[in-house]
Design a protein around this ligand. Structure first.
Ligand code: SF4
Length: 418
């Protein structure tokens, strides 16, 4: 026995670029290292977060972050012990910040500034404080590094902060009443069940997970404090939120130093502001940004999202500077290879060259771009078909010429998994 798990034996890890780029994620997925949220729970903060104003909390985050980064580095590189949980901790502070932000919401780049805790005009995501989950299950359709052998523990939140006309999760992203409401305990239960079912990560997605930040931090704080679901899981199954799909694993998964452990995967459109990024830096073990549109007007005409390119690249620049584990997705769209695919790949080659890239070929017209739908709008005629072979070839040729690491994750389904 060499101590490696079946997950470690996946063929994809033989690709050095992938293994290097996602080394932290892999160590947490296999419980060789604690997730970042477990580390954050060991970092003390010099303020009692409950009751403090948001403006007083941000400087504390700034002050505590270097200590967190130093302990993360020591754990990652030297394997030092995790240390005891403290209170109040940096993790408590993150949850308190997210809760305060909800009352003047700046969870994403829209920076609506509205109070989501009271009835009133909603922001661009159309949400108040309630979070709804459409479904949660071990996802066997994600990239091999994420789905592994037992699935990616995916939690689909309702609603989104972007308006992609072609959204393939339109029922979830555009209908804020889809799914079932969840509180912090429900969400912690879903996370716990998915991981104990053997999932390799907890994949927060939507829609967009950032618009549910207060709920996510609440659930994570509970899990770090030793939360155990009891019979809540059965209730969630009865409410049809949770579908276990896979049989239980042969050996316990999701334990580190006696506490719950799981890598947090942030599956996001990255239409986020810098303050939220600084908070997420404490919680996220691996980032899965969806980088779709180039610097022209395509994000406005196809997704009604202004300042898209500068916002997403701003977030990705931070990830590069922070040396985070990142795998980028780019969806090739018909008639958008020159204006979107080209500039996106060029930007990645220049600023995030070590990140594996999945150049996705599965675009199909949906929602307002689907000519067969009663919702079809003529102005989306240009994206009302699948991308052609020539467009896909051109995208891959561009990536190859730029030296991007894309072949292993883009073409993995043509090879056996292990
Ligand atoms: S999450 Fe974004 S879109 Fe929603 S209210 Fe907050 S800032 Fe606005």
């Amino acid at each position: 026995m060499d101590g490696r798990t079946d997950f470690d034996r996946l063929r994809v890890w033989r690709d050095e670029a992938v293994a290097r780029a996602l080394s932290w994620y892999r160590a947490v997925a296999t419980d060789r290292r604690p997730a970042k949220f477990r580390i954050a729970a060991t970092i003390p903060v010099d303020i009692a977060p409950e009751g403090a104003e948001e403006a007083a909390l941000w400087p504390v985050l700034e002050r505590a972050t270097p200590a967190f980064l130093e302990r993360w580095r020591a754990i990652r590189e030297e394997g030092v012990d995790l240390g005891p949980r403290v209170a109040p901790s940096l993790l408590d502070l993150c949850h308190a910040l997210a809760t305060r932000m909800l009352a003047r919401c700046t969870f994403c780049r829209w920076e609506c500034g509205i109070d989501r805790t009271r009835p009133g005009r909603p922001g661009a995501c159309r949400l108040a404080a309630e979070s709804r989950v459409a479904c949660a299950f071990p996802h066997l359709g994600e990239e091999l590094v994420f789905r592994g052998l037992r699935g990616s523990g995916t939690i689909f939140f309702t609603s989104c902060n972007m308006r992609c006309a072609f959204c393939q999760n339109g029922d979830i992203s555009t209908d804020r009443d889809n799914g079932e409401p969840v509180d912090d305990e429900d969400l912690a239960t879903l996370v716990w069940l998915l991981r104990r079912r053997g999932c390799h990560n907890i994949n927060f997605v939507g829609g967009e997970p950032a618009v549910h930040l207060h709920r996510i931090t609440g659930a994570i704080a509970l899990l770090a404090a030793g939360f155990v679901p009891g019979d809540r899981g059965e209730a969630l199954r009865r409410r049809r939120i949770f579908d276990p799909v896979t049989p239980p694993p042969d050996r316990p998964v999701g334990l580190y130093a006696g506490g719950f452990n799981a890598p947090v995967l942030w599956n996001s459109n990255m239409y986020l502001g810098e303050p939220v990024m600084r908070l997420l830096r404490i919680l996220v073990d691996v980032w899965l940004p969806d980088f779709k549109f180039g610097p022209g007007r395509c994000a406005v005409t196809l997704a009604r999202t202004p300042r898209y390119f500068e916002t997403v690249t701003g977030c990705l620049e931070l990830l590069a500077e922070w040396e985070e584990d990142v795998l980028v997705r780019h969806l090739v769209m018909p008639n958008h290879v020159d204006c979107c695919t080209g500039p996106v790949l060029e930007w990645l080659a220049r600023h995030l060259p070590a990140a594996p890239v999945n150049i996705m070929d599965q675009y199909r017209p949906d929602m307002f771009a689907d000519p067969g739908s009663p919702h079809f709008l003529e102005r989306y005629r240009g994206i009302a078909r699948r991308p052609g072979a020539r467009e896909l070839d051109a995208a891959r040729a561009r990536a190859r010429k730029l030296g991007l690491h894309f072949e292993e994750v883009t073409f993995e389904r043509r090879t056996r998994p292990g």
